[in-house]
Design a protein around this ligand. Structure first.
Ligand SMILES: [Zn+2]
Length: 132
């Protein structure tokens, strides 16, 4: 059972700065101190920050970052297809291979960036996993 009184004690005093937190998250840093690392490896969130001890593992992004990344990549892909067709006017197969490579790179870079921002956003609003 969640005890609201006890839960309140573990919170930080004052509202959390969303802008600062998401900026730190975008850099893959702990949204609380900005020094500890948010990820182990590529996408796994650390259970708690090694520097300040903030329990980052409580903020579960689930498939939110994937959803936003897919949406952003799709929106980028539309002008990219048109532009690469207009500039290179190569064989459609070559163009397809080129776009597959570009899309993969953009997705992998964006996914980590978006997840960092997403977890930091959850942290800023104290939206932790309550086991629902
Ligand atoms: Zn920290």
């Amino acid at each position: 059972m969640d005890n609201p009184a006890r839960d309140h004690q573990t919170r930080h005093d004052g509202p959390r700065d969303q802008r600062e937190a998401t900026l730190r998250g975008a850099l893959g840093k702990c949204p609380n101190c900005g020094e500890g690392r948010m990820f182990i490896g590529y996408l796994k969130t650390v259970p708690e920050c090694a520097v300040c001890g903030e329990k980052l593992g409580l903020y579960r992004a689930a498939d939110g970052p994937a959803f936003f990344t897919i949406t952003i990549v799709m929106l980028l892909l539309i002008p990219l297809i048109w532009l690469s067709w207009a500039l290179f006017s190569t064989e459609p197969f070559t163009l397809m291979l080129f776009l597959c490579g570009v899309t993969t790179v953009i997705t992998l870079v964006l996914l980590r960036l978006v997840k960092g921002i997403f977890v930091a956003f959850l942290w800023a609003h104290d939206e932790r996993d309550r086991g629902a």
